[in-house]
Every structure is written in structure tokens, then in C-alpha cells.
Design a binder for this molecule. Structure first.
Ligand SMILES: [Mg+2]
Length: 438
């Protein structure tokens, strides 16, 4: 499920520009160090032969180097690749400069990630006769500040198609998609060329007999609802037919919750109550990963058999996706309350049910700002784990915290310890967290 807060309007007169910086981190490195220009560069987060390249330069890409490959594997494809460690403050500075240029032409700019932004030019229709002239000017303005940086720009009646425009021509592209030319562009694409359509959705589309983006665009909303299971199908229909779905989507008003009632056996045992809390937090983590969001607020309640209860709410200073982190905030509040009431635990043997709710979501795209906080490795890893689960089945990989036995859980290696990672081929696994399929 995706979470969109905005209502959807079909408006062929709308005008959105999408800007995507080409090979952003690597180009930033080439911008700051001229000796790297024209050379295959691989940006890494830490200096190690096993570090993953998080951003290859245009030149490295030509050798087949892709984001996420291990430096040692990149060297097999491209022996002269130059590893460069990240300079996050510099990337942020360049980002601010690029957004500043966009804002000098349009006051409705929505930042999508550190190297992507959409600008809603709909109300500027009378101001600018030809938006592609503006796009060229924006490229020139960026080059004036940072001469080595290139971007691809897409122009379309909605932000999805504008973004698609940036994908069609890299680097330094400029593509305008209109109701007149859209079918021509879509005819050249595979389903997975559409941003947001991965192998899994492709499989479902194929099963329904929708083989190409063109056929997808001309499918009814009803058919796409069947494929995607509900409202997400409507969104796809609208995206491909000039409706706006994504421009201002934040999902801030949504809530996700997980609740459990407690059996008699469970309430006798403090450890199984704690394991239950872990299970609830983990379930919410899975849903956040799938929806591509982090939360900034968590609520927790306990209900007792005598119908009394206890509630708490935590506003999080940093957006959180990790289930064990959610749990630690809840435990902290519980500890405060236990101390106040002078009782050993709130999870007494009168506990009847408990629930965790999360709200105030932030898209993980926006969070790429904090890409280089320590938690990013965890986040990438978490996504990789769920992808493996999707591909090979739920029981193939488990986090330590998903193991139900509290004793086992205590000994499990934390998810964040990247040094425990083992790479086999393209699969990334944590040897401590692997389990046989039951
Ligand atoms: Mg980019």
C-alpha cells in the first residue's frame, strides 16, 4: 500500500517540471576535485575493499558498474575505478544551490530527494510561454554555479510523467511529455521502466495480460484495481492519464497500528509479554518499509482485565522505521511510569491487550538527506532483507528481534552491525540471522 494524502485531479493543463541530477554524488566529487573529471569514480561510505559503491560516475557506469556493487566486484568490471569516500556536507550544499535555482523560477517546489525535485508550474502558464526554454535556463544557471553538474529535466502534466521524462534521457536530458506524444514514448518502454513498477508488479500485470506501459495506460481503472488490489490501481490509471497523484504526497494524516490480545498463559510471563511488544513493533516496521515511510510519532496502550489501562505517546526527534528503536522509546516511557507508580512493571499479569500505533509519516525519499547518518546502512539493509523475503519467502531471513524466544533474542546480533554481513553473489545476508525454511 502506498499512502497519498492529496486528492487526485485529472488536469491536462497542469504543468510540472521534474529535475533529476545525473550521477549526483559522483558528479559532486568530480565538481570538487577536477582531477576526477572524465574518470570512472565510485563513491563509497567507508574505505574498504568490500564497501558498496553507493554512486558510480557516468564513466564507471559505462563499464557496467551499478549502485550497490561491492568495490571488489566493481574492480573486476572496471580495474581503474577510483574509490572516493563521501562528502555529505558538500552534497547538501550543492543540493541547496540547485533547489535555489529552481525556486528562482517557481515558488512551488517540492523536494523529492537530495538530487530530485518537482516544480509545479501550473500557475505560471501565462508567465512562461515555453517551459523548455525555462528548463534550459535552469541547466545553465546550475552550470554557472557548478560547471560540471548535469541534470535531466522532464516536463509533463503531472509529476509522475515529468519524472518519467527524466528517465528517458540521461545525462543532460530534456523531454516534454504531452497528451499528443505520450503513446510514442510509452511504446518504447518495458513495464519495469516505469518508476515504481518492479518485478513483482510486472508479474501481476503480465498475468492480467497487460504486457507494456502502453497497454497499461489504455487499461481501465477497474482492471488496474484488480491488478494492484484496490486504490493503488486507480493511482496507476491516473498517473498514466495525466492525473496528479504524487506531487504533494506525504501521508501525514495516516495511522498504522498493531494490536494483540493476551492469552492467560502469556500474561503470566513477563518475557512473553515483552516478546509480544517486539512482534507488534516488528510488524509496524515491515509495513513502514513496504510503504516507504518513517514515522515521527508512536503511541502505546495497555488494557487490563479490569478495563483500566495506560496510554502513552512519544514524539520522535528523528523519524524512525526500526522496530527495536520504536520499542526502546516505549520501554523508556514505561520505565518512567513504573518509577512514578513505584511498581516493578506495567505489563502485569492482569494485562488483557496491548497495541502500538504510529503516525506522522515521512517519505523515505525525503530522508535521503540524512543518508549518511549511521542509520542509513541499517535502512538499506532492512529494505534488502524485505526484498529477499519477498523473493524467497518469509522464513528465509529473520532479524534477531523477530525470533520469538526472548533468550535467543538477547543473543542475536543487532541488525546494524554491518561487519557481520556476508555477500554471496548479489545477495547480501547476515550470517547470524539466517534460518532454514520450515
Ligand atoms: Mg539522480
Amino acid at each position: 500500500m502506498s499512502y497519498f494524502a492529496n486528492s487526485v485531479r485529472i488536469n491536462k493543463d497542469a504543468l510540472v517540471m521534474y529535475l533529476d541530477m545525473n550521477s549526483f554524488f559522483a558528479s559532486c566529487e568530480q565538481q570538487r576535485n577536477a582531477a576526477l573529471r572524465g574518470k570512472p569514480v565510485g563513491v563509497i561510505t567507508h574505505d574498504s575493499p568490500y564497501a558498496a559503491v553507493i554512486a558510480p560516475s557516468v564513466e564507471a557506469k559505462k563499464f557496467g558498474v551499478k549502485t550497490g556493487m561491492r568495490l571488489s566486484d566493481c574492480r573486476l568490471l572496471c580495474p581503474h575505478i577510483i574509490p572516493v569516500t563521501t562528502h555529505p556536507a558538500w552534497y547538501r550544499q550543492v543540493h541547496v544551490d540547485v533547489i535555489g535555482v529552481l525556486k528562482s523560477y517557481c515558488d512551488d517546489v517540492v523536494v523529492k530527494s537530495i538530487d530530485e525535485a518537482a516544480a509545479n508550474f501550473t500557475s505560471y502558464r501565462l508567465v512562461y510561454k515555453d517551459l523548455s526554454v525555462v528548463a534550459r535556463q535552469i541547466k545553465a544557471d546550475i552550470a554557472q554555479i557548478h560547471d560540471y553538474l548535469k541534470c535531466s529535466i522532464g516536463i509533463a502534466p503531472n509529476s509522475f510523467l515529468a519524472k518519467l521524462g527524466t528517465e528517458l534521457h540521461k545525462p543532460d536530458g530534456l523531454i516534454t511529455i504531452t497528451p499528443d506524444n505520450i503513446d510514442g514514448y510509452l511504446a518504447k518502454l518495458k513495464l519495469t521502466d516505469l518508476p515504481g513498477i518492479a518485478a513483482r508488479s510486472e508479474r501481476r500485470l503480465l498475468l492480467t495480460g497487460i504486457r507494456t506501459p502502453l497497454e497499461m495506460r489504455h487499461s481501465s481503472a477497474a482492471l488496474l484495481r484488480k491488478v494492484f488490489g484496490g486504490v493503488v490501481g486507480d493511482y496507476w490509471h491516473r498517473r498514466l492519464n495525466f492525473g496528479e497523484v504524487d506531487l504533494y504526497s506525504t501521508g501525514e494524516n495516516r495511522t498504522m497500528s498493531a494490536t494483540r490480545s493476551v492469552s492467560r498463559q502469556q500474561r503470566e510471563n513477563r518475557q512473553s509479554l515483552d516478546a509480544m511488544l517486539i512482534a507488534l513493533c516488528t510488524r509496524l516496521e515491515q509495513r513502514m518499509v513496504k510503504s516507504g515511510v518513517f514515522c515521527k510519532e508512536v503511541t502505546f496502550y495497555i488494557r487490563y482485565k479490569d478495563h483500566t489501562g495506560w496510554d502513552t505517546k512519544v514524539k520522535l526527534a528523528q523519524p524512525v522505521q526500526d522496530g527495536m528503536e520504536l520499542r526502546s522509546y516505549i520501554l523508556q516511557k514505561m520505565a518512567e511510569q513504573e518509577q512514578q507508580r513505584n511498581m516493578p512493571t506495567l505489563l502485569t499479569n492482569n494485562t488483557d491487550s496491548m497495541g502500538v500505533g504510529i503516525q506522522n509519516f515521512v517519505s523515505d525519499k525525503v530522508l535521503q538527506y540524512s543518508l549518511f547518518d549511521n542509520r542509513i546502512r541499517k535502512d538499506v539493509l532492512r529494505k534488502a532483507m524485505y526484498n529477499i523475503k519477498d523473493k524467497y519467502g518469509k522464513n528465509i531471513v529473520r532479524k534477531g528481534s523477530e525470533l520469538y524466544e526472548p533468550k535467543v533474542m538477547k543473543d542475536a546480533i543487532g541488525f546494524g552491525s554491518v561487519k557481520d554481513m556476508v555477500a554471496t553473489g548479489t545477495e547480501v545476508r547476515n550470517k547470524y540471522l539466517l534460518e532454514e525454511d520450515e
